[in-house]
Design a protein around this ligand. Sequence first.
Ligand code: SAM
Ligand code: SF4
Length: 381
Amino acid sequence: MCIEQLFISPGHNYFGHHGQPPDIHPIVAVDEIECVAGRGIRGDRFFDYKPDYKGQITFFAAEVLDDLRISITDRCNERCLYCMPEGYKGWERQTDHLTAEEILRVVRVAAGMGFRKFRLTGGEPLVRRDVVEIVRAMHALPGVECVGLSTNGTKLAALAQPLRAAGLRTVNVSLDALGEVSYRRVTGGNLADVLAGIRAAVAAGFERVKLNCVLMRGVNESEIWPLVLFAAEHGLPLRFIQLMPVTSAEVLTEANFFPVTEAMRMLAEREELEAQPSHYLGFGPAKYYRLKHTGALVGFIGALTTPHFCETCNKLRLTADGKIRPCLGDHGELDLRETLRAAPTDEAVREVLLAALRRKPLEHGFGRQYQPCRPMTAIGG
Ligand code: SAM
Ligand code: SF4
C-alpha cells in the first residue's frame, strides 16, 4: 500500500516522508527523541506536520491550519455550571469588544492567508444584536468557505432562518440535559427554548446541526442515554465533551470530572459502537462512533484523556476583546486589537496572525497543572 492510501483523507492534502516534507517551508521545527514535528507554510497555506504516532517518523501527516474561531461577545444569557458560574464578574469592557468592522477585517485578512472555516462563538453569540449582519458580511468575503456558529440555542428559534439566509452553514447547539429541571440546574436556562431552537435550525436547512453536551459527574450522567435517543430520533450528531480547565477553579474538582471514556463504556454496555473514520464530520477533535442499533452518531471529546488529542487541531481563536489565542489550553495570546486600532495596513494584521501560527504549541498544556486564567466564555469555545 502506498503512503497516500495509508494516510490521505479529505482535506489532508499533503504527505511526505523522511525528514522535512518537501516543498513546505518550515516556520518552526521541533525535534524530540522519538518525534519530529513542526509547522510550515506552503504558498498561502499553513501546516502542522506530525508523525502519525510516536516513534514512527517515516511518514508525516500535515494538517491545514485554516480554521478561525471567533468569539463575538463574552456575554451570555445562561450560566452553565462548567463555564460561567453564578456570580461571575470577570466581564470584558464593552469598549474592548471588537466591532463588526474589526471582526470583518480580521476575517478578510485571514481568508487572504488561506483560512477557510470560520465559527462564531462566545459567550453566547446570539445575544449580539449585529450577529446576522456579521454572518452575511463574512459569507460574502472572498475565500470564506464556511461560516458556522456555536450557540446555547435559546435564541435560535427566532434567528435560525435569518442566519441561514445570511449564509450560515453549520450550527452546534449545546444541550446538556433533556430533563427540564436538570437543564435548568446545569445552565440556568429554559429547555423548551433550546428545543424550539433545535427544531428551527433543522427546519432552516443548515448543512449540519450538531449537539454538544459537557459531562459532569453527579450532574448529568443520567442524561447520557436520553440524549443519545434524542440525537438518534432527530438524526443529529451528538458530542460528549469532557470538562476542561477553562472555568473557575472550584468547578474543576476530581469529583466533578466525568471522563468521556466512562460515557463510552456506558454506551458500549447497551449496544455495539462502530468506530467512524478519524476525520468524520470535519476536522474537529471528536472521535465518532455509530451506535449499531439506535443508529445514533456519537462523538467523544476528551482533551485530558485522549492520546494525541492535539494532532488534528487546525484552528486559531480570536477572543471577544481582540486577542489571538493560538491554543485553548495555553495562556499565550497576541494582541490583535491594538494592531487593528493603531495600524492602517492589513499587512500588520497579517503579521500578528502569522506570529500566532508560529506560536501555536504542538499540544495543549491542560495536563501540566494548568491554572485557568480566562474562562471559556472570554476565550470563545
Ligand atoms: N454559548 C455557546 C454554547 O454554549 O454553545 C457558545 C460558547 S460555549 C463557551 C462553547 C462550547 O464550550 C460549548 O459546547 C460548551 O459546552 C463548551 N464549554 C464551556 N465550558 C467548558 C468547560 N469548562 N469544559 C468543556 N467544555 C466547555
Ligand atoms: Fe453561556 Fe455557552 Fe458558557 Fe453556557 S457554555 S455559560 S451557554 S457561553
